[in-house]
Design a protein around this ligand. Structure first.
Ligand SMILES: Nc1ncnc2c1ncn2[C@@H]1O[C@H](COP(=O)(O)OP(=O)(O)OP(=O)(O)O)[C@@H](O)[C@H]1O
Ligand SMILES: [Mg+2]
Length: 243
């Protein structure tokens, strides 16, 4: 699905130039659950922006489903995103004074989907993200941190993307709530076959993925299969019942 070959990204130019990515190559198959780790400033978000077709590399080739997206125009990239990619950003903000359901329907308004279809699709996405009907009419100040993050996931799912990119989706959550979010992502991967790329700097979080790619100073320092991914659903049960 994803094929990165010698990708570089340099910000600025001349003496101000900074090489945030210095020749990155890897492939990700459809249905994989991959974590990208690395210290602050190692290039994780830069990598995600390129993966998500929000930005283009300075050099190198990026093929997404066989198509070279590394030299596409902004308009072409926007079309690729619309059809294929869902984002969960760390600093996700729900619109205030707007219900959960309307927050999730919003991307479809811009995509020109009919009101009836919008509601059907938003309901399906919220269900897939593990939020039940009773929360659909809540406003953002009536939700917990974990529920807000599930709404963020639902919003990423609403255009039915094959690829979900999540940048520190558990960044400001307590460990119990982080597990709930991880469980949601694991189910989307296992039950619905979504490809997931999860960015984190926490080893505990990364251990829930099937493969871990580590970055340092804009280069890959390791790329390894995780032989025994942790199962968030089971860990949540342990939390609920410490005996
Ligand atoms: N728009 C920009 N202009 C100039 N430099 C940038 C820009 N965006 C990022 N950088 C630099 O590129 C490097 C990588 O940044 P990036 O945001 O990818 O790191 P990160 O691994 O996501 O870090 P964090 O864990 O703190 O989110 C950093 O040194 C950063 O200062
Ligand atoms: Mg970042």
């Amino acid at each position: 699905m994803i094929d990165f070959k010698d990708i570089t990204k340099t910000y600025g130019s001349g003496t101000e130039a900074y090489a945030a990515l210095r020749g990155i190559s890897f492939s990700i198959n459809e249905g994989e659950f991959v974590a990208i780790m690395g210290p602050s400033g190692s290039g994780k978000s830069t990598l995600m922006h390129i993966l998500g077709c929000l930005d283009t590399p300075t050099s190198g080739t990026y093929r997404l489903d066989g198509k070279d997206v590394s030299t596409m125009s902004d308009n072409e990239l926007a079309d690729v995103r619309k059809g294929k990619i869902g984002f969960v950003f760390q600093s996700f903000n729900l619109l205030p004074r707007t219900t959960v359901l309307r927050n999730v329907m919003l991307p479809l308004v811009y995509a020109g989907v009919s009101p009836r279809e919008r509601e059907n699709r938003a309901t399906a996405a919220l269900n897939a993200a593990g939020l039940t009907e009773e929360h659909f009419t809540h406003l953002s100040n009536q939700l917990s941190g974990g529920q807000i993050q599930r709404v963020a996931i639902a919003r990423a799912l609403v255009n039915d993307p094959a690829l979900i990119l999540a940048d520190e989706p558990t960044g400001n959550l307590d460990s119990r709530t982080s597990l709930v979010v991880l469980d949601t992502l694991q189910k989307l991967n296992r039950w619905h076959g979504r490809t997931i790329v999860l960015i984190t700097h926490e080893p505990d979080i990364a251990e829930h993925s099937e493969r871990i790619i580590r970055l340092r100073d804009g280069s890959i320092i390791s790329d390894e299969k995780n032989p025994a991914p942790r199962d968030a659903a089971r860990e949540t049960e342990l939390y609920d019942d410490p005996a």
